[in-house]
Design a binder for this molecule. Structure first.
Ligand SMILES: *Cc1c(COP(=O)(O)O)cnc(C)c1O
Length: 387
């Protein structure tokens, strides 16, 4: 995935930094858009996965809309050229200011997560003399079989409106004149690798939309969210996610009525595999029981391992030779600042360059200044400095 030529150029750059394979991103997008066009589906890229300007530009140019979870993401999406008519906005805690930002932008839909939120959007829209298009984010109580911190569709999760609240929502909507219900929205979790979850979701979507249709409430849009997982263990063998299987499953299992539009919100599956975190080995510490590789990148650059016990495939880009077992850790003063436990790497020494693969999603965008570390820069495969 990372060419020898690129590795040669890495030698002159200060580490750590994020490296994006633009060709892989374009290939991923081409495969994705070919499939959604085939089925007539719509896609909104989840901006929170990676909001680098160049990444947003490439995705926008591929024709996707944007899925936002804050007012600033809505602003950024508009500034990045995404058409407001393709922007959706979810989140359990939209502030008044954020709602106004999105109303001013004229977004396609607010994905509403509670009854009080619908009331507030109505009141703010009325105050601005406009009408807000809303969808209900429904919590279908499905276990997506993923890490508990990235599961969002179980009844104990904070997201969405539960089916037992539908009656109250329908009553409220009859009274409100500044919101228009345009659809139902579902997003049940992230890094979903158990594909059997998706047919289950399709059946739930059908059961739940029937409730509204039986009441004479039209549901023009079905939004199935994101969540398709990527292969963190074998990123080089599987650089492109299982889009084909995913859309075949959806197409086979989702009942779509005439005039209905189907939407998706991919994040990780679009950008996850195109990014790597490149770091230099500072020290190799040989203990009695363990060998530690200490990197100059830490949880401040890539927090997924510390936050969700996630693992990233690690490769030593500049050494080969006999393999040893190492723990790979960062420099931050936290025991959770650890990237790998007992992994085989070729004998590693100070100055070696290491790649942490599959870091394109929820990587750079979550970087922070903890310990007053610098925020890692981004470099792109087609514009690596040569000198
Ligand atoms: C984060 C998020 C997504 C994207 O999820 P991925 O697992 O990255 O595909 C989609 N929709 C909503 C509402 C989200 O919050």
């Amino acid at each position: 995935m990372i060419s020898q030529e690129a590795i040669r150029r890495f030698g002159q750059l200060s580490t750590p930094f994020y490296y994006y394979d633009v060709e892989l991103l374009s290939k991923t997008l081409l495969e994705y858009t070919t499939l959604i066009n085939k089925y007539g589906y719509n896609a909104h890229y989840a901006v929170k996965a990676n909001a680098e300007p160049r990444i947003l530009q490439i995705i926008q140019e591929a024709g996707l809309g944007a899925d936002c979870v804050s007012g600033n993401e809505v602003k950024l999406a508009v500034e990045s050229g995404f058409n407001p008519s393709k922007i959706v906005y979810a989140g359990v805690g939209k502030s008044d200011k954020e709602i106004k930002t999105a109303l001013e932008a004229g977004i396609f839909s607010f994905n509403c997560e509670s009854i009080p939120e619908i009331q507030v959007i109505n009141d703010l829209a009325a105050g601005m003399g406009t009408c807000a298009r809303i969808s209900l984010r429904v919590n279908p109580n499905i276990d997506a079989h993923t890490h508990q911190y990235i599961s969002t569709g179980r009844k104990e999760d904070k997201f969405g409106i539960s089916p037992w609240e539908f009656e109250a929502v329908a009553e409220l909507l009859k009274k409100l004149s500044s919101v228009e219900l345009i659809g139902l929205h579902f997003h049940i979790g992230s890094q979903i690798t158990d594909m059997s979850v998706f047919p289950l979701l399709c059946r739930m979507v059908e059961d739940l939309q029937k409730w509204f249709i039986d009441k004479g409430i039209e549901i023009k849009n079905l939004n199935l969210g994101g969540g398709l997982g990527i292969d963190y263990d074998n990123p080089l063998q599987h650089p492109i996610p299982q889009f084909k299987e995913y859309f075949e499953l959806i197409h086979k299992n989702l009942i779509v009525r005439p005039e209905q539009k189907v939407h998706f919100e991919p994040g990780r599956s679009i950008v996850g595999q195109c990014g790597s975190l490149i770091s230099r080995v500072l020290y190799v510490k040989i203990g009695r029981e363990k060998k530690f590789v200490i990197l100059d990148a830490g949880m401040n650059d890539l927090i997924r391992p510390a936050l969700y016990q996630a693992t990233h495939k690690i490769e030593n880009l500049t050494s080969s030779g006999e393999q040893y077992l190492y723990d790979v850790v960062g420099p931050v003063c936290e025991s959770s600042d650890k990237f790998a436990h007992d992994v085989y790497l070729p004998e590693t020494k100070r100055g070696d360059l290491v790649a942490l693969y599959s870091a394109g999603a929820y990587g750079q965008v979550m970087a922070m200044k903890y310990n007053q570390k610098d925020i890692a820069k981004a470099y792109y495969s087609d514009e690596l400095p040569d000198k």
